[in-house]
Design a protein around this ligand. Structure first.
Ligand SMILES: CC(C)(COP(=O)(O)OP(=O)(O)OC[C@H]1O[C@@H](n2cnc3c(N)ncnc32)[C@H](O)[C@@H]1OP(=O)(O)O)[C@@H](O)C(=O)NCCC(=O)NCCS
Length: 198
């Protein structure tokens, strides 16, 4: 199991999951709009969500998952994951409760995770991820966080009969550092304000 640091941004607190968060995760993830353009299917029951949260808590070394809390609301409203991969090329994935979309929150979370990732993992050269071509919200988050689109690729996802078209994104350490300080600052409670590139 990884030690997942608590990260604070202007509007968010990102914290490792506990099983008590499963109820909140079920509340947002069972909305079919939330997982529609991801590899996952909406959970059918709270116990299925509890199993999912358990896998996040027991993530293997190099995989980190944060529960997203808006400071103004007491519950978990989303999740963001970071996987260190081979140590050089990481990846990230995320989802947010629909009522919080389009307020810049996931961009804020994504920037904070990138700042932490590049800061804490000195061998990390780049973070890559992809989004369905049609997932304009996610693509915009990546672009606002500094990712660049590398092109598209086709993939098969079990939940769709047809193949899916994915837009492939990457942000290199150099690009991240040159795009600072565009909101990448984050705060590890007790450790003072940090940024990947002060
Ligand atoms: C994708 C998601 C995480 C975005 O989170 P968010 O907090 O709403 O993102 P932000 O507010 O930081 O940015 C969203 C941007 O997308 C834009 N956007 C949203 N829907 C859009 C659409 N259909 N077409 C064009 N732009 C769109 C918004 O206008 C905003 O851009 P702007 O700030 O330039 O106006 C959220 O919609 C979500 O959880 N979706 C379901 C799960 C998912 O798809 N996860 C990603 C899998 S790859």
């Amino acid at each position: 199991m990884n030690r997942v640091p608590t990260i604070e941004t202007e509007r968010l607190i990102l914290k490792g999951f506990t099983l008590a968060d499963a109820e909140d995760v079920f509340a947002y993830a069972s909305n079919p709009n939330v997982l529609r353009q991801t590899t996952a299917c909406p959970p059918q029951s709270p116990s299925e969500t509890e199993e999912f949260v358990r896998t996040l808590i027991d993530s293997p070394p190099g995989s980190f998952a944060w529960a997203i809390r808006v400071k103004s609301a007491p519950r978990v409203v989303g999740a963001i994951e970071f996987d260190l991969g081979d140590g050089h090329i990481g990846s990230t994935h995320y989802a947010l409760a629909e009522e919080y979309w389009n307020k810049g929150l996931m961009t804020e979370a994504c920037r904070a995770i990138l700042a932490w990732a590049f800061d804490e993992h000195h061998n990390l050269e780049a973070v890559k991820t992809d989004a369905m071509n049609v997932n304009m919200g996610s693509r915009r988050v990546l672009e606002k966080a500094g990712f660049e689109c590398q092109g598209t690729r086709e993939d098969r996802w079990a939940k769709f009969h047809e193949s899916v078209q994915l837009a492939v994104y990457e942000i290199t350490r150099k690009k991240w550092e040159s795009s600072q300080p565009a909101g990448g600052a984050y705060f590890l409670p007790g450790a003072g304000k940090k940024s990947a590139h002060p």
